[in-house]
Design a protein around this ligand. Structure first.
Ligand code: TYM
Length: 332
């Protein structure tokens, strides 16, 4: 059966980018042809320093974000990564399959490390190998992600192919990244050439899933744009990154294509479009943020949900890890 795996790092608050690029798509893939497995990837978060108490809180908050957005922990398997030791174990095995040269090509490491590669944790460097383990511990065939994770999913295919080749088996599937929809790369509201991220310096650059209606309205009002009105066709957005971003966000929230948004707002000024966008975002996000707050009032219940999900995850991942070890010649 086709199986979906995806994950989100608990390294700060969830953004509109995480929602449109990932969580909303996860909910859409649930309950159909796929078996769906969704993870809070805490082992990935600690590749950079995390305050322990804050990590615990953020792990529960990402879980609350999944649940509040419509992930059903009965239909899907929902858990946090460190509860299932197969991830770390398979990650080690893959460290011995992946090549240093492959890691050196990862653009995300280069962006995060900047000029300070030598000072980064070894974990941050090996991160894509652990990500391959997350996916392949379940033999996942499809991985819904935002555009920025495409290279990591491609590396997962390289690891699977090299393992299968080196050991002469057809064991790991070649996973397909699923990157579909109008808002797979939501940009920073103050600079349309940069990605919206959890860790950007100013809170005005991003919409957080926990923002209230006033904050959302203010951030869209202050969002940078060029002065021209919305174009008559989507081609007119080509050299206008900020305008394109706001149209894409609208499309993602409204379940429309960018073409449909432009058809509706062709020639409109920002004074008309931005309030409409803010209203739409509040309509979609306010129920989620209030449900997240309600869930966060009972952390023990979130923990129980994650542990139940982890039990189901272990039942799939442990036999795959055992078979991998056996193929590699490890006595167990
Ligand atoms: P993370 O935690 O940075 O982001 C979680 C998901 O949100 C997407 N995303 C975005 N999509 C559109 N626009 C944006 N501005 C934006 N920002 C984030 C990401 O593409 C991602 O889908 N390495 C992963 C976590 C991970 C994982 C995995 C994902 C670990 N193991 C296995 C899939 C499968 C990461 O850091 O995502």
């Amino acid at each position: 059966a086709p199986r979906v795996f995806s994950g989100i790092k608990p390294s700060g608050g969830l953004t509109l980018g995480n929602y449109l690029g990932a969580i909303k798509r996860f909910v859409e893939m649930q309950g159909g042809d796929f078996e769906t497995i969704y993870c809070v990837v805490d082992l990935h978060a600690i590749t950079v320093w995390q305050d322990p108490a804050e990590l615990r809180r953020a792990t529960r908050e990402v879980a609350a974000g999944y649940l509040a957005s419509g992930i059903d922990p009965e239909t899907s398997i929902l858990f946090n990564q460190s509860r299932v030791s197969a991830h770390a174990e398979l990650g080690w095995l893959f460290n011995c399959v992946a090549r240093v040269g492959w890691m050196n090509r990862m653009t995300q490491f280069k962006e995060k490390a900047g000029k300070n590669a030598e000072k980064q944790s070894l974990g941050l460097y090996a991160y894509p190998s652990l990500m391959a383990a997350d996916i392949l511990a379940y033999h996942a065939t499809h991985v819904p992600v935002g555009d920025d994770q495409k290279q990591h999913v491609e590396l997962t295919r390289d690891i699977a192919a090299k393992f299968n080749h080196d050991y002469g088996v057809e064991f790991f599937p070649l996973t397909t990244p699923v990157i579909e929809g109008p808002a797979m790369r939501v940009m920073n509201l103050r600079d349309g050439t940069k990605k919206m991220s959890k860790s950007g310096e100013s809170d005005m650059e991003r919409i957080n899933m926990t923002d209230d209606a006033d904050a959302i309205a203010k951030k869209f009002k202050k969002a940078r744009t060029d002065p021209a009105p919305l174009p008559e066709t989507v081609e007119g957005l080509a050299e206008r990154p900020e305008a394109k971003n706001l149209v894409d966000i609208y499309a993602g929230l409204a379940n429309m294509t960018a073409e449909q948004v432009i058809a509706e707002y062709a020639g409109a000024g920002w004074g008309q479009f931005k309030p409409a966008l803010a209203d739409l975002a509040v309509e979609k996000l306010a129920p989620i943020s209030s449900e997240m707050a309600r869930l966060m009032d009972d952390p023990a219940e979130i923990d129980r949900t994650l542990e139940r999900g982890a039990e189901r995850a272990r039942a799939i991942a442990e036999p795959i890890l055992a078979r991998t070890s056996e193929i590699m010649g490890l006595l167990r």
